[in-house]
Design a binder for this molecule. Structure first.
Ligand code: HEC
Length: 420
């Protein structure tokens, strides 16, 4: 049974019908309105032994719960008890938040104030100390909280003699509530290095720009959860989930239990883009170069480096010549097929096997079509399309690429420098 004191005049009640070591009498935490501390019956002066009492509580979010700990230590003692209360900083006679008892603890309410205590007093090896834990739910206001505790580092003789009493006060402040995530106006684009379109399709990568993004993060597109890449406070990279709908759809970012306002973005069946970062060295004035790479081991390229086709400063590169094999990367080209399986966009997984694009892609250098040796998802990457092609026989100079998916131009104006 939990020992309970009747009424408020606790320290004066001489009834020993229960063991004090089951739980401490309430009203003795040293808080305003309490009758002092456990020294009413135990030990000498407060905090005069060789040990200590510490209250461990963190600054709080209004209304949220946390674990509060009372740590009692004393090198010479072996039985441990405590009493703890939480008061409003603005009015210390009033309770702040609420306690829920945990293991070896009990909560009693006297005159509207909760007192948490040991239940029963834990015994350990001499000097080991003990930590009692409770759940405390913070008040809804942010005016601050002060915890008061007193504790008994006892010698375990089952009496009040030979014990050391400690007391502590701990103040905690309210944290500013975390702000709701928000998506910037026009802040949802297909991956910028692949053209940054204002629309996207299932399986393509998008970049979401905004504020207050934090883990655990989730992106919902038309109420379906996207596969996430990088999450930073201002940007999330996400792969658009499989979903047959097209037209205007809503995008919502969640951070923990907070959600952004929905933004409306246009979804297409395919939204192709080729790797062509709009930064140096791939962007020169108004001219955007394709970032095509050579297969490893290509003659004229430094070994072990990613080597680009063209004449680019700061990266390994060499001019493309007719007959060269090139690898071009893309996003948003739609479903691929693997023999014997239904077409898929492989959202959130790498295909793991060679596959082929369902809709036809044609690469033209100027008007001359290039032979395509592979058109599908890169087997070991997620949502990344790979095209292996051979540079056709064309005159030297900068050539504009004309790329179509299922007969429609992909919408990027891209150049490649050709030597002969
Ligand atoms: C009204 C007097 C009184 C007050 C006040 C009081 N106690 Fe006690 N306490 C006792 C008595 C009597 C015993 C021994 C008998 C028993 O265990 O019930 C005891 C025993 C204990 C023991 C076991 C001691 C040992 O050496 O085995 C602990 C631990 C304890 N009390 C903790 C507390 C704490 C913590 C407080 C203050 C929050 C407190 N007590 C306040 C009367 C009191």
């Amino acid at each position: 049974m939990i020992a309970r004191y009747a009424g408020g005049a606790v320290a004066a009640a001489p009834l020993l019908l229960f063991a004090f070591s089951d739980s401490a009498p309430p009203g003795l935490t040293g808080a305003p309105g309490d009758s002092g501390t456990c020294t009413q019956c135990h030990g000498g002066a407060v905090n005069s032994g060789g040990g200590a009492l510490a209250i461990e509580a963190a600054d709080y979010l209004p209304g949220q719960s946390q674990t509060v700990r009372v740590r009692i230590s004393d090198p010479n003692q072996m039985r441990w008890g405590f009493s703890l209360s939480a008061r409003r900083k603005s009015d210390p006679m009033r309770q702040a938040g609420s306690f829920t008892a945990g293991r070896f603890t009990v909560v009693e309410t006297i005159s509207g104030i909760q007192y948490a205590s040991h239940f029963p007093a834990q015994q350990t090896a001499r000097g080991a100390g003990f930590v009692y834990e409770l759940t405390w739910t913070a008040p809804d206001d942010s005016s601050g909280v002060v915890f008061y505790a007193s504790g008994n580092a006892a010698n375990g003789n089952g009496a009040t003699s030979g014990d050391n009493i400690y007391a502590a006060v701990k103040e905690v402040a309210a944290l500013a509530p975390s702000s709701r995530p928000s998506v910037s106006t026009g802040g949802v684009v297909s991956a910028l290095a692949f053209g940054g379109r204002r629309s996207f399709s299932s399986g393509s990568w998008i970049e979401i720009f905004g504020a207050n993004f934090s883990q655990p993060a989730a992106v919902l597109i038309n109420n379906r959860e996207a596969f996430l890449g990088v999450v930073t406070p201002g940007q999330i990279n996400a792969q658009v989930p499989e979903d047959a709908s097209s037209g205007p759809v809503q995008v919502v970012v969640r951070s923990g239990d907070r959600s952004s306002e929905a933004v409306t973005v246009f979804k297409e069946t395919e939204s192709p883009g080729l790797l062509a970062p709009a930064i140096a060295p791939f962007r020169v004035g108004n001219r955007q170069y394709l970032a095509a790479v050579y297969p490893p081991g290509t003659e004229g390229c430094p070994a072990g480096q990613v080597c680009f086709a063209g004449n680019f400063a700061g990266v390994a590169s060499r001019m493309a010549r007719p007959g060269d094999r090139l690898i071009v990367y893309g996003i948003g080209f739609g479903a691929v097929a693997v023999d014997g399986a239904a077409p898929s966009r492989y959202v959130g997984v790498a295909p793991g096997v060679l596959n082929r694009l369902v809709k036809p892609v044609v690469f033209r250098f100027g008007q001359v079509e290039a032979r395509l040796e592979y058109a599908g998802l890169a087997p070991q990457a997620i949502g990344l399309y790979q095209f292996n092609l051979i540079v056709p026989r064309i005159p030297e100079g900068a050539v504009q690429l004309n790329v179509t998916l299922d007969g429609s131009p992909i919408g990027q104006t891209l150049f490649l420098d050709i030597a002969n």
